[in-house]
Design a protein around this ligand. Structure first.
Ligand code: WTA
Length: 630
């Protein structure tokens, strides 16, 4: 892979990648192991929409992530696992051990009847076995659907049924800080409503007591013993499904984003090496959970396909104390550290002594992802964690894009605080105004779209191609619409300003307002609700819910906590509303559409300048809402 070492080289490579994208990506792809070379690099039509990369190519991503490294780095650490509890031993897994473990899981799945194309749900904590599970699926061509282990049974039911999963890989429980969460019992509850699931395999992590249903539930430690440690990789077509990962949408139903094998592999590995300028032997740590795209692309596939050493962390930044991240970084001599703005903002509040007691001099590159990073957090991160010597790589991308899109290149791109800076090679952004006109100048602000495909882009929404088209390709025909707003400054640098649709980003997690509303509406006292985001110091955005009850609530606080518990039970604790305001009505237009703009402004603390309210069915409701604002 050709490295970019200077801004002028970036300009040159970028121009080449735009002028001859097929040649550019074919060159990048030739670094990988293909069982059969592709016949054609790209076919695409954003109107249909249809995108295919490396057509006719045959490969297996695990062969590229593991087998091909064995001749040179069998004894190099592939994964370092740092447990939740610092008293517990960490684990180092070499590429050779990774090979054995992944093959065993692959054979275990085969023994239980899993075949190419079958969907497997993975609902597990951040332990090495979750990596073995994902790669084990990929080894045999089964499609994994990882569900973040913080989601509750309602979310699991939706995701398992939508994908028609045949088997679930899970664990008895998980640790998060001083809490223990019983994952198996959440699975048990979900499976009452998931007819497609035939079996579960349960890894023993927390020692929680679990109920095993005979014939359906099996212990991982029993089953893995029956599996041998070699397994030929299934030969996959570039465009065969690799995984489904759900992300929130504007309706209550999450979208199962479909990623395919060839392009995803090439792109995640290329962008990992390019943006972070990863050097062989470096220790790289991404603090995300594998339940999100960041964990898929940049804990697992991108780094392993690059032969890197990737650190996985089971715990949380604040336990046993606010120095945990820095402790782990020192302990494992981390060189590249990649986290989320919400974590940075929460750590910023802690005394600096939590940082100063650790030696962070090994860190050379810092990264951030998930939401816009405010300038203050950016500077704090660079000064206190980067000792003013490390670039901050602000990577803008999405579950849908599969990999980094707009991002600085470490030690190459001139940085600008709070800017994701420039598109990576092969990425062609276009800023659009509200009328659908492309703004071709610099110094503009508008909606961010992409006008040319890139290898890791999602190919469809599982089982609903029409929704894929409607959501991403209809607002600006012929372009992929990201749902984000952005500025492009005089130098052509991009700053992502946040979502322009009904998705809010809470602590870096996407949340559809409709999803939260439908959970709130499940409460028997609730008639209707409307949810918006508001600025929150640490979470970036908090969740503000306006709730109409059938009868005026007597005990508001009691009802608030019931609603919060219910949302937590249906979706997961991350979706709990921060503020709940009881109202007698919502500002609706005559056609019945909720004017969220008004609700957003009130939630942001703005009570004047609410804009034109004359088209509302009942303008008086706005005064009531304003006076009751929390
Ligand atoms: C937001 C996470 C500003 C954005 C990889 C995007 C960002 C959504 C950044 C996707 C960033 C992600 N700066 N905003 N560096 N990175 N976002 O699917 O709104 O969980 O559309 O993917 O997060 O979130 P997702």
């Amino acid at each position: 892979m050709k490295r970019i070492t200077s801004p002028s080289e970036y300009q040159q490579v970028y121009q080449e990648s735009v002028q001859q994208p097929e040649k550019f990506w074919a060159d990048v792809a030739s670094d990988f192991v293909w069982r059969k070379k592709w016949d054609k690099v790209l076919e695409w039509d954003f109107h249909k929409p249809e995108v295919k990369w490396f057509i006719g190519g045959k490969m297996n991503i695990t062969e590229n992530c593991i087998d091909r490294h064995l001749p040179v780095r069998a004894n190099q650490t592939a994964l370092i696992w740092e447990p939740n509890d610092p008293q517990e031993e960490y684990r180092s897994i070499t590429y050779q051990e990774l090979y054995d473990q992944v093959c065993r899981v692959a054979n275990m799945l085969k023994n239980h009847g899993v075949k190419k194309g079958d969907r497997v749900c993975i609902y597990m904590p951040m332990i090495p076995e979750v990596a073995f599970a994902m790669l084990g699926c990929a080894r045999i061509g089964a499609v994994h659907s990882v569900v973040f282990a913080g989601f509750s049974s309602g979310s699991l039911v939706d995701r398992i049924n939508d994908a028609g999963c045949k088997l679930v890989l899970t664990s008895d429980g998980s640790f998060r800080g001083d809490k223990k969460i019983d994952l198996k019992s959440i699975i048990d509850e979900a499976l009452l409503k998931c007819p497609s699931v035939e079996k579960t395999i349960v890894y023993k992590r927390s020692g929680s007591s679990v109920k095993m249903k005979s014939g359906r539930d099996f212990w991982w430690h029993d089953e893995i013993k029956k599996a041998t440690s070699t397994c030929e990789p299934e030969v996959m077509d570039s465009e065969d499904l690799l995984f489904i990962l759900y992300t929130s949408g504007s309706t209550g139903k999450p979208k199962g984003m479909v990623h395919t094998c060839g392009g995803y592999m090439v792109y995640t590995s290329y962008t990992f090496q390019t943006a972070f300028q990863y050097q062989p032997g470096q220790i790289y740590w991404c603090t995300a959970d594998v339940g999100w795209i960041t964990g898929h692309s940049y804990i697992l596939y991108g780094p392993l396909a690059s032969g890197a050493t990737s650190l996985m962390f089971e715990g949380i930044p604040s336990w046993p104390d606010m120095g945990r991240f820095w402790h782990v970084a020192e302990k494992h001599r981390v060189n590249i550290f990649y986290t989320a703005p919400t974590a940075i903002r929460s750590l910023e509040k802690a005394p600096l002594s939590f940082i100063h007691q650790y030696d962070l001099h090994t860190i050379k590159v810092l990264g951030t992802v998930g939401e816009p990073i405010n300038e203050e957090a950016w500077h704090w991160y660079q000064e206190h964690i980067g000792r003013n010597q490390c670039p901050v790589i602000d990577t803008w991308w999405q579950t849908e894009t599969g990999g980094f899109m707009i991002s600085p290149i470490a030690h190459v791109t001139k940085l600008k605080p709070a800017y994701a800076t420039l598109p990576l090679p092969g990425v062609q952004p276009a800023v659009m105004d509200e009328n659908g006109k492309e703004l071709t100048e610099n110094g503009v602000e508008g909606r961010l779209t992409l006008k040319f495909p890139w290898p890791a882009m999602a190919r469809t929404i599982y089982g609903d191609h029409q929704r894929f088209k409607d959501t991403y390709f209809s607002t600006f025909p012929g372009k992929y619409f990201t749902g984000d707003g952005c500025k492009r400054d005089e130098e052509g640098y991009y700053r992502i300003t946040g979502r322009v649709d009904d998705i809010i980003i809470v602590s870096g997690h996407n949340m559809g307002t409709a999803e939260v509303e439908s959970a709130i509406d499940e409460h028997s006292a609730v008639c209707e609700s409307a949810v918006v985001g508001y600025p929150h110091d640490i979470k970036g955005q908090g969740i503000y819910a306006y709730v109409i009850c059938y009868d005026k609530p007597h005990e508001e606080d009691k009802l608030r906590s019931e609603i919060r518990d219910l949302v937590s039970k249906i979706i997961g604790p991350i979706a709990k509303p921060d503020k709940i305001q009881f109202v007698s009505g919502l500002p609706k237009t005559r056609s019945g559409k909720i004017m969220r703009r008004i609700l957003r402004k009130v939630a942001e603390g703005e009570t004047s300048n609410l804009g034109d309210t004359s088209t509302l069915l009942d303008p008086a409701i706005v005064d009531e809402i304003k006076s009751g604002a929390l």
